[in-house]
Design a binder for this molecule. Structure first.
Ligand code: SF4
Length: 332
Protein backbone atom coordinates (compact mmCIF):
# COMPACT_ATOMS: atom_id res chain seq x y z
CA UNK A 1 0.00 0.00 0.00
CA UNK A 2 1.33 3.41 -1.01
CA UNK A 3 0.38 6.85 0.36
CA UNK A 4 1.46 10.43 -0.03
CA UNK A 5 2.29 12.47 3.07
CA UNK A 6 2.26 16.26 2.99
CA UNK A 7 5.45 17.35 4.74
CA UNK A 8 5.93 20.96 5.77
CA UNK A 9 9.13 20.49 7.74
CA UNK A 10 7.09 21.00 10.93
CA UNK A 11 6.62 18.56 13.78
CA UNK A 12 2.97 17.61 13.15
CA UNK A 13 3.47 16.37 9.60
CA UNK A 14 6.63 14.52 10.68
CA UNK A 15 4.74 12.69 13.45
CA UNK A 16 1.76 11.90 11.22
CA UNK A 17 4.05 10.44 8.55
CA UNK A 18 6.00 8.38 11.05
CA UNK A 19 2.79 6.95 12.56
CA UNK A 20 1.61 5.70 9.18
CA UNK A 21 5.02 4.52 8.03
CA UNK A 22 5.21 2.42 11.21
CA UNK A 23 2.03 0.69 10.06
CA UNK A 24 3.94 -0.64 7.05
CA UNK A 25 2.59 1.80 4.45
CA UNK A 26 5.02 2.97 1.78
CA UNK A 27 5.14 6.75 2.05
CA UNK A 28 6.28 9.35 -0.47
CA UNK A 29 6.68 12.78 1.11
CA UNK A 30 5.35 15.79 -0.77
CA UNK A 31 6.38 19.38 -0.12
CA UNK A 32 5.09 22.50 -1.84
CA UNK A 33 7.32 25.40 -2.64
CA UNK A 34 5.72 28.84 -2.23
CA UNK A 35 7.28 32.26 -1.63
CA UNK A 36 5.71 32.63 1.83
CA UNK A 37 7.68 30.26 4.07
CA UNK A 38 8.47 31.75 7.48
CA UNK A 39 10.95 29.14 8.77
CA UNK A 40 13.99 31.01 7.59
CA UNK A 41 13.60 34.38 5.93
CA UNK A 42 17.22 34.35 4.85
CA UNK A 43 16.73 31.20 2.79
CA UNK A 44 13.67 31.34 0.58
CA UNK A 45 13.51 27.56 0.52
CA UNK A 46 13.82 27.29 4.34
CA UNK A 47 10.85 24.93 4.77
CA UNK A 48 12.17 22.89 1.88
CA UNK A 49 15.47 22.39 3.71
CA UNK A 50 13.62 21.22 6.82
CA UNK A 51 11.45 18.92 4.70
CA UNK A 52 14.54 17.36 3.13
CA UNK A 53 15.91 16.77 6.61
CA UNK A 54 12.61 15.22 7.78
CA UNK A 55 12.39 12.93 4.72
CA UNK A 56 16.01 11.88 5.26
CA UNK A 57 15.41 11.16 8.94
CA UNK A 58 12.32 9.09 8.13
CA UNK A 59 14.08 7.32 5.26
CA UNK A 60 11.49 8.28 2.66
CA UNK A 61 11.55 9.86 -0.77
CA UNK A 62 10.66 13.55 -1.09
CA UNK A 63 8.90 15.12 -4.06
CA UNK A 64 8.81 18.93 -4.27
CA UNK A 65 6.24 20.76 -6.39
CA UNK A 66 6.51 24.48 -7.03
CA UNK A 67 3.02 25.97 -6.80
CA UNK A 68 4.08 29.63 -6.65
CA UNK A 69 2.05 30.78 -9.67
CA UNK A 70 -1.23 29.17 -8.57
CA UNK A 71 -0.56 30.22 -4.99
CA UNK A 72 -0.25 33.86 -6.02
CA UNK A 73 -3.72 33.74 -7.59
CA UNK A 74 -5.12 32.17 -4.39
CA UNK A 75 -3.52 34.83 -2.18
CA UNK A 76 -4.83 37.65 -4.34
CA UNK A 77 -8.41 36.44 -4.48
CA UNK A 78 -9.31 33.55 -2.16
CA UNK A 79 -12.79 32.06 -2.58
CA UNK A 80 -13.03 31.28 1.14
CA UNK A 81 -11.47 34.53 2.33
CA UNK A 82 -8.55 35.27 4.63
CA UNK A 83 -7.83 34.28 8.21
CA UNK A 84 -6.80 36.92 10.75
CA UNK A 85 -4.12 38.28 8.42
CA UNK A 86 -3.53 37.55 4.71
CA UNK A 87 -3.62 33.78 5.12
CA UNK A 88 -6.13 32.17 2.75
CA UNK A 89 -5.80 28.86 4.60
CA UNK A 90 -8.83 27.02 3.23
CA UNK A 91 -8.03 27.87 -0.40
CA UNK A 92 -4.35 27.12 0.25
CA UNK A 93 -5.19 23.63 1.54
CA UNK A 94 -7.59 22.98 -1.37
CA UNK A 95 -4.88 23.93 -3.87
CA UNK A 96 -2.30 21.72 -2.14
CA UNK A 97 -4.71 18.78 -1.88
CA UNK A 98 -5.64 19.07 -5.57
CA UNK A 99 -1.96 19.01 -6.49
CA UNK A 100 -1.44 16.06 -4.13
CA UNK A 101 -4.33 14.22 -5.79
CA UNK A 102 -2.72 14.66 -9.21
CA UNK A 103 0.54 13.31 -7.80
CA UNK A 104 -1.29 10.38 -6.14
CA UNK A 105 -2.75 9.41 -9.50
CA UNK A 106 0.63 9.77 -11.18
CA UNK A 107 2.40 7.38 -8.81
CA UNK A 108 -0.52 5.10 -7.92
CA UNK A 109 -0.85 6.13 -4.27
CA UNK A 110 -4.12 5.25 -2.54
CA UNK A 111 -4.54 7.96 0.07
CA UNK A 112 -3.16 11.16 1.54
CA UNK A 113 -1.66 11.66 5.01
CA UNK A 114 -1.50 15.09 6.64
CA UNK A 115 -0.35 16.44 10.00
CA UNK A 116 -3.52 18.47 10.59
CA UNK A 117 -4.81 18.54 14.15
CA UNK A 118 -8.48 19.18 14.80
CA UNK A 119 -9.00 22.66 16.26
CA UNK A 120 -5.35 23.64 16.13
CA UNK A 121 -5.72 26.41 13.56
CA UNK A 122 -8.83 28.54 13.76
CA UNK A 123 -9.47 28.93 10.05
CA UNK A 124 -8.62 25.65 8.37
CA UNK A 125 -8.64 22.92 11.01
CA UNK A 126 -12.18 22.88 12.37
CA UNK A 127 -14.54 20.13 11.23
CA UNK A 128 -16.45 22.17 8.68
CA UNK A 129 -13.26 23.52 7.07
CA UNK A 130 -11.76 20.01 6.85
CA UNK A 131 -14.95 18.82 5.11
CA UNK A 132 -14.89 21.72 2.63
CA UNK A 133 -11.20 21.09 1.87
CA UNK A 134 -11.75 17.36 1.29
CA UNK A 135 -14.86 17.96 -0.86
CA UNK A 136 -13.42 20.73 -3.03
CA UNK A 137 -10.24 18.78 -3.65
CA UNK A 138 -12.35 15.69 -4.45
CA UNK A 139 -10.52 13.61 -1.87
CA UNK A 140 -13.45 12.80 0.44
CA UNK A 141 -12.64 9.77 2.58
CA UNK A 142 -9.08 9.62 1.29
CA UNK A 143 -7.43 12.13 3.64
CA UNK A 144 -6.05 10.48 6.74
CA UNK A 145 -5.16 12.80 9.63
CA UNK A 146 -3.42 10.37 12.00
CA UNK A 147 -2.95 12.84 14.87
CA UNK A 148 -6.72 13.47 15.20
CA UNK A 149 -8.17 10.45 13.36
CA UNK A 150 -10.03 9.07 16.39
CA UNK A 151 -12.01 12.31 16.63
CA UNK A 152 -12.91 12.30 12.94
CA UNK A 153 -15.14 10.05 10.82
CA UNK A 154 -13.56 6.80 9.68
CA UNK A 155 -11.71 7.19 6.38
CA UNK A 156 -11.43 4.69 3.51
CA UNK A 157 -7.88 3.60 4.51
CA UNK A 158 -9.20 2.73 8.00
CA UNK A 159 -12.38 1.07 6.73
CA UNK A 160 -10.48 -1.01 4.17
CA UNK A 161 -7.93 -2.08 6.79
CA UNK A 162 -4.98 -0.42 5.02
CA UNK A 163 -4.20 1.18 8.40
CA UNK A 164 -5.36 0.32 11.88
CA UNK A 165 -7.58 2.96 13.49
CA UNK A 166 -6.53 1.64 16.93
CA UNK A 167 -3.02 2.95 16.34
CA UNK A 168 -4.17 6.43 15.39
CA UNK A 169 -4.49 9.34 17.82
CA UNK A 170 -6.99 11.80 19.26
CA UNK A 171 -5.02 15.05 19.53
CA UNK A 172 -7.00 18.27 19.36
CA UNK A 173 -6.67 21.97 20.09
CA UNK A 174 -3.77 24.37 20.18
CA UNK A 175 -1.63 22.79 22.86
CA UNK A 176 1.51 21.21 21.48
CA UNK A 177 2.34 19.18 24.56
CA UNK A 178 1.13 15.82 23.15
CA UNK A 179 3.14 16.33 19.96
CA UNK A 180 6.28 17.18 21.90
CA UNK A 181 5.77 14.12 24.13
CA UNK A 182 5.30 11.92 21.05
CA UNK A 183 8.42 13.38 19.43
CA UNK A 184 10.33 12.45 22.58
CA UNK A 185 8.93 8.92 22.42
CA UNK A 186 10.00 8.63 18.77
CA UNK A 187 13.37 10.16 19.69
CA UNK A 188 12.85 12.94 17.12
CA UNK A 189 15.14 15.85 17.90
CA UNK A 190 15.72 17.89 14.77
CA UNK A 191 12.40 19.58 14.36
CA UNK A 192 13.81 23.07 13.98
CA UNK A 193 10.52 24.33 12.57
CA UNK A 194 8.15 22.95 15.25
CA UNK A 195 4.87 24.57 14.17
CA UNK A 196 5.62 25.12 10.50
CA UNK A 197 5.16 28.73 9.47
CA UNK A 198 3.83 31.09 6.90
CA UNK A 199 4.55 34.76 6.29
CA UNK A 200 0.90 35.34 5.41
CA UNK A 201 -0.01 34.98 9.10
CA UNK A 202 2.51 37.66 10.14
CA UNK A 203 0.59 40.93 10.82
CA UNK A 204 3.44 43.20 9.66
CA UNK A 205 3.98 41.25 6.45
CA UNK A 206 0.21 41.14 5.88
CA UNK A 207 -0.06 44.93 6.23
CA UNK A 208 2.62 45.45 3.58
CA UNK A 209 1.10 42.80 1.32
CA UNK A 210 -2.36 44.41 1.49
CA UNK A 211 -0.80 47.72 0.54
CA UNK A 212 0.95 46.06 -2.41
CA UNK A 213 -2.26 44.47 -3.69
CA UNK A 214 -4.11 47.80 -3.27
CA UNK A 215 -1.52 49.43 -5.52
CA UNK A 216 -1.75 46.58 -8.05
CA UNK A 217 1.92 45.76 -7.58
CA UNK A 218 1.43 42.15 -6.48
CA UNK A 219 4.07 40.07 -8.24
CA UNK A 220 6.92 37.74 -7.29
CA UNK A 221 9.67 40.38 -7.41
CA UNK A 222 7.75 42.78 -5.18
CA UNK A 223 6.82 40.01 -2.72
CA UNK A 224 10.51 39.13 -2.34
CA UNK A 225 11.16 42.77 -1.43
CA UNK A 226 8.46 42.64 1.27
CA UNK A 227 10.59 40.16 3.20
CA UNK A 228 13.20 42.72 4.12
CA UNK A 229 13.79 46.36 5.00
CA UNK A 230 11.67 49.32 6.03
CA UNK A 231 9.02 50.16 3.45
CA UNK A 232 7.90 53.63 2.38
CA UNK A 233 5.26 54.70 -0.14
CA UNK A 234 6.66 57.91 -1.66
CA UNK A 235 3.93 58.35 -4.31
CA UNK A 236 1.11 56.16 -5.69
CA UNK A 237 3.54 54.45 -8.08
CA UNK A 238 6.77 54.80 -6.13
CA UNK A 239 8.20 52.78 -3.26
CA UNK A 240 11.42 52.84 -1.29
CA UNK A 241 12.83 49.95 0.77
CA UNK A 242 15.60 50.80 3.23
CA UNK A 243 17.93 48.04 4.48
CA UNK A 244 18.08 47.52 8.24
CA UNK A 245 21.48 45.86 8.44
CA UNK A 246 24.41 44.80 6.32
CA UNK A 247 22.82 41.55 5.25
CA UNK A 248 19.64 43.28 4.09
CA UNK A 249 21.71 45.89 2.25
CA UNK A 250 23.42 43.08 0.31
CA UNK A 251 20.12 41.34 -0.41
CA UNK A 252 18.60 44.58 -1.70
CA UNK A 253 21.48 44.92 -4.15
CA UNK A 254 20.79 41.35 -5.33
CA UNK A 255 17.09 42.12 -5.85
CA UNK A 256 17.61 45.28 -7.87
CA UNK A 257 16.31 45.14 -11.45
CA UNK A 258 16.64 47.31 -14.53
CA UNK A 259 14.91 50.65 -13.97
CA UNK A 260 15.13 50.39 -10.16
CA UNK A 261 17.09 52.97 -8.16
CA UNK A 262 19.79 52.34 -5.56
CA UNK A 263 20.65 54.90 -2.86
CA UNK A 264 23.60 54.65 -0.46
CA UNK A 265 25.71 57.07 1.59
CA UNK A 266 29.12 58.28 0.48
CA UNK A 267 32.00 57.98 3.00
CA UNK A 268 29.79 57.30 6.06
CA UNK A 269 28.04 54.20 7.36
CA UNK A 270 24.40 53.79 6.43
CA UNK A 271 21.82 51.75 4.61
CA UNK A 272 21.33 50.77 1.01
CA UNK A 273 17.84 51.67 -0.23
CA UNK A 274 16.06 50.28 -3.26
CA UNK A 275 13.59 52.51 -5.08
CA UNK A 276 11.03 50.98 -7.43
CA UNK A 277 8.48 52.70 -9.64
CA UNK A 278 8.20 56.17 -11.16
CA UNK A 279 10.78 58.65 -9.84
CA UNK A 280 11.19 62.35 -10.65
CA UNK A 281 13.73 64.78 -9.22
CA UNK A 282 11.62 65.51 -6.17
CA UNK A 283 11.17 61.82 -5.35
CA UNK A 284 14.89 61.13 -5.86
CA UNK A 285 15.57 63.86 -3.31
CA UNK A 286 12.99 62.42 -0.92
CA UNK A 287 14.42 58.89 -1.23
CA UNK A 288 17.92 60.29 -0.62
CA UNK A 289 16.70 62.17 2.48
CA UNK A 290 15.08 59.03 3.88
CA UNK A 291 18.31 57.09 3.27
CA UNK A 292 20.21 59.94 4.98
CA UNK A 293 17.90 59.66 8.03
CA UNK A 294 19.23 56.14 8.71
CA UNK A 295 22.92 57.02 8.19
CA UNK A 296 25.51 57.40 10.92
CA UNK A 297 25.58 61.21 10.69
CA UNK A 298 28.03 61.80 13.57
CA UNK A 299 26.17 64.92 14.71
CA UNK A 300 25.71 66.30 11.19
CA UNK A 301 22.29 66.79 9.68
CA UNK A 302 23.22 66.31 6.04
CA UNK A 303 24.93 63.60 4.01
CA UNK A 304 26.10 62.91 0.49
CA UNK A 305 23.96 60.18 -1.00
CA UNK A 306 25.07 58.26 -4.07
CA UNK A 307 22.18 57.21 -6.27
CA UNK A 308 21.78 55.55 -9.62
CA UNK A 309 19.04 54.27 -11.85
CA UNK A 310 20.06 50.80 -12.96
CA UNK A 311 22.05 50.50 -15.24
CA UNK A 312 22.90 54.21 -15.53
CA UNK A 313 25.82 56.16 -14.03
CA UNK A 314 26.01 57.08 -10.35
CA UNK A 315 25.22 60.62 -9.24
CA UNK A 316 25.61 62.32 -5.86
CA UNK A 317 23.13 64.48 -3.99
CA UNK A 318 23.71 66.37 -0.74
CA UNK A 319 20.54 66.17 1.36
CA UNK A 320 19.26 66.72 4.92
CA UNK A 321 17.70 63.83 6.83
CA UNK A 322 13.90 63.58 6.52
CA UNK A 323 12.14 64.72 9.66
CA UNK A 324 10.39 62.14 11.82
CA UNK A 325 6.81 63.24 11.15
CA UNK A 326 7.21 63.05 7.39
CA UNK A 327 9.03 59.74 7.71
CA UNK A 328 6.22 58.15 9.72
CA UNK A 329 3.59 59.49 7.31
CA UNK A 330 5.31 57.70 4.44
CA UNK A 331 6.02 54.45 6.30
CA UNK A 332 3.92 51.46 5.30
S1 SF4 B 1 -0.84 29.30 7.25
FE1 SF4 B 1 -0.14 29.75 5.16
S2 SF4 B 1 0.69 27.77 4.41
FE2 SF4 B 1 -0.57 27.32 6.22
S3 SF4 B 1 -2.59 26.84 5.40
FE3 SF4 B 1 -2.60 29.03 5.90
S4 SF4 B 1 -2.01 30.06 3.99
FE4 SF4 B 1 -1.45 27.89 3.77
Amino acid sequence: MKAIALISGGLDSTLATKLIKEQGVEIIALNFKTPFCLCDRRISSGCLNYSRQVANNLGIELKVINISDEFFRVVENPKHGYGSNMNPCIDCRILKFRKAKEFMQEIGASFLVTGEVLGQRPMSQHRQALNIIDQESQLEGLVLRPLSAKLLPETIPEREGWVSRDKLLNFSGRTRRPQIALAKKFNLKDYACPAGGCLLTDPEFAKKLRELIRHQEFNKDNVELLKLGRHFRLAPETKLVVGRNEEENKRLINLVGEGDYLFMPKDIAGPTSLGRGAFNEELIKLASSITCRYCDLNGNSIANIIYKRIPKQEKILQVPATDETKLQALRI
